[in-house]
Design a protein around this ligand. Structure first.
Ligand code: NAP
Length: 446
């Protein structure tokens, strides 16, 4: 793969990139099918991704007509990397087997190992015979919505496609590798003002937050809306705060340390709740929620912004859903895409129906939502949340940090990129947007 780096350094032509030999094997991060029981009896919090994530050579799969080979320069850790590595809530091999039954080409995915990763930035090396809009040498980022566009349900809103999958989670050959196989309709132009690792961390979390808050399929945030954001310096929360500010709303950011509060303040989020300092106990025991704690939480929000939030951006799940449903204003919307602390959620239905509240589900983003969020990144209106950068060999350590809630923003992973800071092809644009804005999370956590 040195040829790829040489070609990039030389500003090689598309023909030169097309002439690069695709290796028979490549370095990748993966979990193994015969290890899915390795954490049996271990508490969820103690399951260590470093034990289950391997980095080694795997054989290169064939290329389907609608796919490209991507030389991956950088990737990122997502929470789905954590879920895959601790085999929760299910081992991902079931997804691969189901996909494998769909078609001849899909059969490639059902393997004894699962190459993971749902984000990437890189360079197209080779395109399949049916690919029209991309060519070797194109510098791209990848969104993770994987659909069969010959299926009628994949049109209109492709997140409603019956066979919709998340690349690198429910498919094999993900982005935490030196080479990836990607459907052409997952590619988006790489923002030229960002380094490889800055460009690699956005698509999954930014597009998820875009759909949840901005899109017609989400909460349709309006100017002036007050939006409560849980985990406001986390992956999806950090983009959510930016979308609220960008759209003329007021974010109320919830975090768990003064350091995270300081990040929010620099982002322009003035209303901040440090949930650790407040010591909320929404659950008084495993089975009982404490309404007085919901009331205390609601009072804090009103003290900060003068009213109940129009929207609650929800993802912790079991630990917070009762409080979220209680706190959102009469007629307001709780939008959820996850359940980090537990998926059997519980809330008081009386507060929900009597105050005509709405609960809206959301999952990643369709093709056009992913492009809309990439466009805002490209225009410098939304900034990458890159905090720390690891090498591919360190993928286990990096995933453990996310699992233990020790990381802010997004963790970048260098794959083929030999060092941080490479891949910026429009330094003037970067200067115009502002180094300080682009590197806010790196400065606070570096
Ligand atoms: P992350 O970077 O780890 O951030 C999560 C944040 O949530 C943390 O920073 C933490 O903030 C907060 N948090 C964690 N546990 C909490 C709890 N019990 N109560 C309140 N706050 C809590 O993760 P992420 O990338 O933002 O992802 C968050 C969740 O969304 C994950 O479950 C992920 O799988 C899911 N997700 C779903 C989709 C989708 O398409 N459906 C897409 C992306 C992510 P503080 O400790 O500072 O409060």
């Amino acid at each position: 793969m040195q040829e790829v780096l040489d070609a990039l350094a030389a500003g090689a032509s598309s023909e030169d990139f097309a002439a690069i030999t695709i290796p028979e094997s490549f370095r990748a991060a993966f979990v193994k099918r015969d290890e899915v029981d390795m954490f049996e009896g271990v508490a969820s919090a103690d399951k260590d991704p470093e034990k289950s994530l391997h980095v080694d050579e795997v054989p290169t799969p064939e290329l389907a007509p609608d796919e490209v080979y991507l030389a991956v320069m950088a990737s990122s850790i997502n929470f789905n990397t954590v879920w895959t590595s601790i085999f929760e809530p299910l081992p991902t091999f079931g997804f691969l087997d189901r996909l494998g039954r769909e078609s001849e080409w899909a059969r490639r995915h059902a393997l004894p190992y699962h190459v993971i990763g749902s984000d990437a930035s890189g360079v197209v090396l080779k395109v399949g015979s049916a690919v029209r809009n991309w060519k070797p040498g194109d510098q791209v980022t990848v969104h993770c919505n994987y659909v069969d566009d010959q299926d009628p349900t994949a049109h209109n809103d492709s997140m409603l496609a019956v066979n919709q999958k998340i690349w690198g989670f429910e498919t094999n050959f993900g982005g935490l590798a030196d080479l990836s196989v990607v459907k052409a309709n997952q590619l988006m132009p790489k923002p030229a003002h960002l380094s490889w690792e800055e460009a690699a961390v956005n698509a999954l979390c930014s597009a998820t937050s875009y759909r949840m808050l901005v899109s017609d399929n989400g909460a349709r945030m309006k100017q002036g809306d007050k939006v409560l954001v849980w985990g406001a310096t986390g992956g999806i929360g950090g983009y959510a705060v930016q979308y609220v500010l960008n759209g003329g709303g007021t974010p109320i950011g919830v975090v768990s340390s003064p350091e995270r509060a300081a990040i929010l303040n620099e982002m322009g989020c003035e209303a901040v709740i440090d949930r650790a300092a407040e010591g909320y106990r929404f659950w008084s025991d495993e089975h009982t929620q404490d309404e007085s704690e919901w009331r205390r939480f609601g009072k804090t929000i009103r003290g900060l912004v003068g009213e109940d939030p129009d929207i609650v951006f929800e993802h912790p799940g079991r630990s917070t859903m009762g409080a979220s449903i209680f706190a959102v204003r009469r007629g307001g919307t709780v939008v959820t895409c996850a359940a980090t602390s537990g998926y059997m959620v519980e809330f008081d239905n009386r507060h929900f129906w009597m105050k005509l509240k709405k609960l809206l589900s959301s999952h990643f983003a369709n093709y056009s939502e992913a492009w809309a969020s990439n466009k805002l990144l490209n225009e410098g209106r939304i900034q990458p949340l890159l905090s720390k950068t690891f090498t591919l060999e360190e993928v286990g350590v990096a995933s453990r940090a996310v699992h233990r809630n020790e990381a802010e923003g997004k963790i970048g992973v260098l794959c083929l990129a030999p060092a941080k800071g490479m891949g910026i092809t429009d330094p003037e644009k970067r200067e115009r947007i502002g180094e300080d804005k682009i590197t806010l999370f790196q400065r606070h956590t570096g």
